[in-house]
Design a protein around this ligand. Sequence first.
Ligand code: SF4
Length: 311
Amino acid sequence: MSAPGRGRRDGKSVPAPNIFLGSRCNYDCLFCSGALLDKTQPPEVLRDIIASCPDTLSIEGGEPTLCRDLDIWVRRAHRQGIRDIILCTNGARFCDEAYVRKLCDCGVTLFNVNFPAHEEKLFSILTRTSGQFQKRVAALRTLIAVAGGKRVRLNMVVNRLNFLVIPQYVRFVKERFPEVFYIEFNLVKVLGRVERRPYLVPRLQDAAPVLVRALRYMTRARMKFIIDGFPLCALDGYEHAAIDAAKRYFHDDLYLDEKAKTRKCAGCSLGGLCAGPRKDYVSLHGDLELAPSRKDPGPIIAKLQAMASKP
Ligand code: SF4
């Protein structure tokens, strides 16, 4: 979940391209970074944000599918010609085929679905629900059938309870949802409820090698992925998959202020592509794990350019 309010792009201050349709949620995820904040925006603010949105709008909550007017706001954004309309959701309502069809018809271009685990017990622990896992799997199948896999991104918030099973998770996705466009891996933020649950925040040195192992499999299996919250020095061989690298290279500094380099970053050859670790991570675990790189950034930049040139 991204920060509300004003953001900065291309050196200019612009409204952050996120709208928040209420703070209610039908889940109670352990790792929720937004749960203590009510970011609900009044209609005039929603209209202003949509009107000033250049090409991408992210629709968030709470759980935005609980908002009765969701379709109205999506339609408004679509009418305005916003190219990418991203719905950030837990996907619980997508067992309703007609509802998914309505959202597609209104103009949602990407469903960003929080899917934190690939097996029942861990899913229940992380979402603090009971008996929901199979329903969520069925809802995802309905979403893919109606919207098409190209409109679906799965989002795994990487935390101490699920990082060890990332390789099994990606195999599950490959087998059960091979059509899914890509998976986003987000290191859990020390915000919201996680501020009271710091045990959920794994060390980079523990989680990153497991993630990299899973990325190797995904590369062989031609699965797509993107990563946020892991600094480049934690992603050996996959630096190009860090959202920050693309943002830095293409001069988009939106939300990069959540991260900062530390003194350990001095002299790192990847400094031009890296925004540094998350500030909240360093406050909790310090920066001793950062490893200034001597790699040539050229090959990473070439991969970023190749990725950007693909449709
Ligand atoms: S040492 Fe610092 S600048 Fe270099 S990759 Fe790591 S976090 Fe980024």
